[in-house]
Ligand binder design. Structure first.
Ligand code: ZN
Ligand code: ZN
Length: 393
């Protein structure tokens, strides 16, 4: 019951932050400030936002149920949910007026929008389905409400980029669970074990240490399978000396961890050491140089340049890192693509995960999570990076 009654004071600040973003969409209220990530630049004005995304709902309200929507305007914060969650929502989201959905959700939203006199309602374009959008529009028309639906992208996600102290603390615990689970399982691995078996042992080890669930399906990729960055574990037995990429993480109190280590069971070939040391150097260089104010593109280059200089430019095809929080992949992004044009803010939690993938041989990836600070970053991941696991009995 404690968990349900717990109130996070930060939801007050988050709600205020969202209302500031609403105001930024209205040009009359803000002098033009076409800042990266701001809602203002070229945005259609909206006077309320309908939050349908589950992570955003939890972030803004504290409500952890699996169904519900938030309707937030300047003077109103309402949480619409059904019979199953009314009591829980009232306990977890004290800043919100809880509205019970009696029958269908969309007519309930339309009725609330009418009551609040909303003219332009922002919806989460990356979350609301085409079907939901159609049904909401029908419900609004049926209610005779002249409400225009305005698609918003990354509206709430932008706020989620900067983690506060309590979020970092939960993330740190989720990281710790994965780190210790990895170390305990890695030490027991011997040639002949299958990728699938390793993944299962890692899952059990994380659950035994208190993980609520996996943050994504565990990747165990041995030998040539490791050349595929997101290979799914198979029944293939692992041979001595092969590189084994293990990418894993758990969820704790809603927040995710994400880490990768590459190991080998017994002595690897000479190429392994060359590749491993290059990836490790790329990661270290990036972690040494990463700080707030850099763009995601610049952060990506810190690692990418090291790999390119070592002659593996074409063998590192993915971004260097991504934000982690309530979602395992969120903004900001450390990447060479336009997704990395945004500036890294203080308090962002991101991964640093360079890799080198050689078709037919395998791959090496090493991934840590870090908190971005003003002049440097702090590494959260503490799992060791000694790749050699003894192959003998
Ligand atoms: Zn990962
Ligand atoms: Zn990752």
């Amino acid at each position: 019951m404690n968990r349900i009654a717990r109130r996070t004071p930060s939801t007050v600040e988050r709600l205020a932050g969202l209302r500031r973003r609403l105001a930024q969409t209205r040009p009359a209220e803000t002098p033009a400030s076409p800042q990266g990530g701001a809602a203002g630049a070229g945005a259609t004005p909206v006077d309320a936002v309908l939050v349908t995304n589950g992570d955003n709902r939890r972030y803004l309200s504290g409500f952890t149920g699996s169904a519900g929507m938030l309707l937030i305007a300047d003077g109103a914060a309402r949480l619409l949910t059904d019979f199953r969650y009314v009591e829980q929502a009232a306990g977890q989201a004290p800043e919100y007026e809880v509205v019970k959905i009696e029958a269908l959700p969309w007519p309930a939203v339309a009725a609330q929008a009418m009551e609040l006199g909303i003219r332009r309602l922002g919806v989460e374009a990356e979350d609301l389905t085409l079907d939901g959008h159609g049904r909401l529009q029908e419900a609004l028309q049926a209610a005779g409400a002249g409400v225009e639906l305005v698609p918003l992208r990354g509206f709430v996600e932008h706020l989620r980029q900067c983690k506060d102290g309590s979020e970092v603390e939960v993330i740190r615990r989720a990281v710790e669970i994965a780190d210790r689970a990895f170390e305990s399982v890695a030490a027991t691995l011997r040639p002949g074990v299958s990728e699938r078996e390793v993944a299962w042992r890692l899952e059990v080890a994380m659950r035994q240490r208190g993980a609520d669930e996996l943050s994504f399906p565990i990747i165990v990729a041995a030998g040539s399978n490791g050349a595929m960055p997101h290979h799914r574990p198979s029944d293939r037995p692992i041979n001595a000396g092969e590189p084994i990429v293990i990418d894993m993480g758990c969820r704790l109190d809603g927040y995710c961890s994400d880490m990768t280590r590459t190991i080998t069971l017994g002595q690897p070939d000479g190429r392994f050491w060359e590749v491993y040391r290059t990836v490790l150097r790329a990661q270290q260089t990036c972690e040494d140089g990463l700080k707030a104010g850099l763009t995601g593109n610049a952060g990506d280059r810190l690692a990418r340049d090291v790999i390119a200089e070592a002659g593996f430019k074409d063998n590192f095809g993915h971004g260097t890192g991504h934000g982690v929080g309530l979602a395992v992949h969120e903004n900001p992004r450390l990447t060479f693509s336009p997704a990395g044009e945004g500036v890294l803010p203080v308090g962002a939690v991101v991964t640093v995960e360079p890799g080198i993938y050689l078709p037919g041989w395998g791959g090496v990836r090493i991934e840590d999570m870090v908190v971005v600070g003003e002049s440097r970053c702090q590494v959260l991941t503490t799992a060791h990076k000694h790749p050699l696991v003894a192959a003998g009995g």
